[in-house]
Ligand binder design. Structure first.
Ligand SMILES: Nc1ncnc2c1ncn2[C@@H]1O[C@H](COP(=O)(O)OP(=O)(O)OP(=O)(O)O)[C@@H](O)[C@H]1O
Ligand SMILES: [Mg+2]
Length: 242
């Protein structure tokens, strides 16, 4: 049976560069011969993609924030069950464009959904399928929105909120990253996309590839190591959010 895969998510506000970096990381892993699945939320499975349209067009908004959150959760349930878990079980690297932190921020912090409901839905839909590593791309809202606008697409349900909303969103993402350093890496998204891709790759190599070295960490050291070595990164798989 294949070794279980790795699960990486990208989070951040509009136009932070998430989709760009999902693709870059996917390319790099494929070049190295890894099996890679790039996916996104809301969506990522046929059922969830159908719901994505309702959610981003704002059709679910009049139902109220709790009902909207439950629709997001229904989409995630299908995506995790039918796409993410099977891919991970087959040994793939799964890279997801937005995941549980977007729910905590958009529906929870900004949408006013009670945190207990957000966490309860998270337990049901995500369960133990918590990302091994999450990159939180940080850009000032003006930069992100200008980038998002530049692509010439219509503004969606969330892009159309005002600047103050996007600043709160940014702070909420930063807060998560600061509170969960084992899982999250906050990264400056304003730098050049190529440089950013290298930084992201180095973090992935450090935190996830290094850990795949056969049982190195488990082998008892015969002698104390003479040269000082950097402290090992905390095990990202050991972090269960919420
Ligand atoms: N580091 C960067 N520097 C400058 N421009 C960038 C950078 N990364 C991405 N861009 C450009 O900014 C725009 C938004 O990037 P991208 O689609 O990757 O962001 P996103 O976070 O996925 O946005 P959204 O939340 O709207 O899906 C694109 O036109 C992209 O080419
Ligand atoms: Mg995107």
């Amino acid at each position: 049976m294949a070794a279980p895969g790795r699960f990486i998510t990208f989070e951040g506000g509009e136009g932070a560069g998430k989709t760009t970096q999902v693709k870059r990381l996917g390319e790099r892993l494929r070049v190295l011969g890894h099996d890679v699945l790039e996916t996104r939320e809301p969506g990522g499975s046929p059922g969830a993609e159908a719901m994505r349209h309702l959610l981003l067009a704002g059709i679910a908004k009049p139902l109220g924030s709790d009902a909207e959150a439950m629709l997001f959760a229904a989409a995630r349930e299908d995506h995790v069950t039918s796409v993410i878990r099977p891919a991970l079980a087959g040994g793939a690297w799964v890279i997801c464009d937005r995941f549980l932190d977007s729910t905590r921020v958009y529906q929870g912090v900004l949408g006013g959904v009670d945190e207990r409901l957000v966490r309860a839905l998270e337990r049901v839909t995500v369960g133990t399928t918590v990302p091994d590593l999450t990159f939180v791309l940080d850009v000032p809202p003006e930069v992100g929105l200008a980038r998002a606008g530049k692509r010439g697409q219509g503004t969606d349900r969330f892009e159309s909120e005002d600047l103050a909303y996007h600043e709160r969103l940014r702070q909420a993402f930063r807060h998560i990253a600061e509170n969960e350093p084992n899982r999250c890496i906050l990264i400056d998204g304003t730098i050049n996309a190529d440089v950013l891709a290298v930084r992201i790759w180095m973090a992935v190599a450090d935190r996830l590839l290094r850990k795949r070295a056969p049982a190195a960490a488990a082998a008892p050291a015969a002698k104390p190591i003479a040269a000082p070595t950097p402290a090992p990164a905390p095990d990202p798989t050991g972090t269960v959010a919420g």
